[in-house]
Design a binder for this molecule. Structure first.
Ligand code: HEC
Ligand code: HEC
Length: 443
């Protein structure tokens, strides 16, 4: 696996007038040494990371018996070489809450994927070790087993590959390499014994990632009012949410991306498993110079380097381009599943939308006027206020029972906020013609 060998990369980026040089990698060892010198280059959050959350009832493996849960799909996404067993899942759960996987013992997976916030962190962008700030919003781990690719840009394919990257990312868990993380675990007799019981061999990085991935595959989240509605109980969701479901598949055009096919009427994961530029954040970045910088500073296919660019640098805004180098992928991001989205604010890859009203306002105006790579399916929608409320109502019906109370509180909070603050609203554009899209610059 690629992750076992560290590549070396020097990322040079400008912040304001200062040019920072971040040296990372070189078989891991130089990372630790250069860490203090480089630390000046990381922005630090004024709101430090709290203690690692408790491994409570919300974190337990979920039942397969949930209304709406796709049994055949669930079986088919479990890799043959990493079958689910209760012991392995339990080990993975322990590791998910394990601070020792981070360089200074303070950060676990659960720090940024908190069970009480539906496995997100409630921040615009995540904060990791030594309060260092990343560039991206933390997605939920619930139902991540169904993702055909992991991360906003799909730079990892499997959950096993994914889990190795935050451990060695300098702003997330900050380990110089996976060996040093597993050494901490292997030194604890109880862990040693558990690994031997589960895998019939002493702890290794590969088995550690397998256990974590198995735990993540136990985080299934269905049984929402919407699932009961789809199963035939027409009163399971409100009239507003029912109107929202119609809009979702018609004038709202949401189904063009948040469904497996444009005509599928029964979404299970609300994603087309692909990437689109929907105009998020692109105007704040000069993507063309960033793209040329990425081509020069990152070796194609170097996953560790791509991970660092995505989490540490302004090149993050390039999205899928970092992985494929295709200009048409500039600022493209993965269509996320929108189950439980009511309780995972803020939204989008950069956390730039505070409420679901802001999300719909964004789509309604067909944002991205100056964006030559904007997806063809984005256009002004001419949605009225009531339509917007109905779409939010639909999304609120996608909350699973464990988060019902939080969902109700969040809906009330966001509704209140939306009455006074609608930074994305632009009715003139929402009801205007589709703007002429500029052609991509020739390079
Ligand atoms: C410092 C915060 C932080 C820590 C610690 C962290 N993550 Fe994440 N996680 C994120 C962010 C931010 C992203 C999105 C990054 C991106 O897409 O570029 C992410 C993405 C993911 C995804 C992809 C989900 C999707 O829908 O694509 C999974 C799965 C995941 N993390 C699991 C883990 C596991 C397992 C660990 C521990 C080994 C972990 N994370 C540690 C912040 C964190
Ligand atoms: C052209 C494809 C496309 C269409 C059409 C589309 N989406 Fe999205 N959606 C995406 C992509 C891609 C993202 C992630 C973009 C990013 O973060 O840069 C996203 C993000 C979101 C998010 C944020 C989720 C999160 O966890 O942060 C919500 C909510 C959402 N979409 C709802 C909708 C609704 C409702 C509609 C219809 C009004 C819609 N989408 C139409 C592709 C689309």
């Amino acid at each position: 696996m690629r992750l076992a060998t560290q590549s070396s990369i020097r990322l040079i980026f400008a912040a304001g007038s200062t040019v920072f040089v971040v040296a990372c990698g070189e078989r891991g060892q130089s990372t630790a040494k250069s860490d203090t010198a480089a630390s000046a280059a990381f922005s630090v959050s004024p709101q430090p990371l709290g203690p690692i959350p408790a491994d409570d009832s919300l974190a337990r493996p979920k039942s397969l018996r949930q209304v709406g849960l796709p049994i055949a799909l669930t079986t088919s996404v479990t890799p043959k070489d990493n079958p689910q067993t209760p012991e392995k899942i339990a080990l993975g759960e322990k590791l998910f809450f394990e601070g020792r996987l981070s360089a200074d013992g303070t950060v676990a997976c659960a720090s940024c994927h908190q069970p009480k916030l539906a496995f997100t962190d409630g921040r615009t962008v995540s904060v990791g070790i030594r309060s260092r700030v990343g560039q991206r919003n933390s997605p939920t781990v619930l139902n991540a087993l169904y993702n055909t690719m992991q991360f906003w840009d799909g730079r990892a394919v499997t959950l096993e590959q994914q889990a190795g990257l935050p451990i060695v990312n300098p702003v997330e868990m900050g380990q110089p390499n996976l060996d040093s993380a597993i050494a901490r675990i292997a030194a604890i007799p109880e862990y040693r014994a558990t690994f031997i019981r589960v895998f019939a061999r002493p702890p290794s990085a590969t088995d550690m990632l397998r256990a974590i991935a198995s735990y993540e595959r136990s985080q299934l989240s269905f049984d929402s009012p919407f699932d009961h509605f789809m199963a035939g109980d027409s009163s399971a969701i409100s009239a507003s949410a029912r109107r929202g479901w119609v809009l979702f598949n018609t004038r709202g055009r949401c189904n063009l991306c948040h469904a497996l096919t444009d005509t599928a009427s029964r979404p299970t994961t609300f994603t087309d498993d692909t990437f689109h530029n929907i105009g998020i954040g692109i105007l704040r970045h000069s993507v063309v110079p960033l793209a040329r910088q990425a081509e020069q500073s990152i070796a194609k296919g170097d996953t560790i380097a791509i991970d660092q660019a995505a989490i540490l640098t302004p090149m993050s805004a390039l999205g899928r381009f970092l992985v494929t180098r295709g200009d048409s992928d500039i600022a493209s991001f993965k269509t996320p599943d929108i189950r439980n989205v009511m309780v995972t604010a803020p939204y989008f890859h950069d956390g730039s939308a505070a409420t679901l009203w802001d999300v719909i306002d964004h789509y309604n105006k067909g944002d991205g006027l100056q964006d030559p790579w904007l997806d063809v399916d984005i256009q002004p929608l001419a949605l009225q206020e009531k339509d917007i409320d109905d779409l939010v109502g639909l999304m609120a019906s996608l909350t699973s029972p464990s988060y019902r109370q939080l969902g109700e509180k969040e809906l009330a909070r966001q509704r209140q906020l939306s009455r006074t603050s609608r930074p994305q609203r632009d009715s003139a554009r929402a009801f205007g013609p589709k703007p002429v899209q500029p052609k991509p610059p020739s390079s």
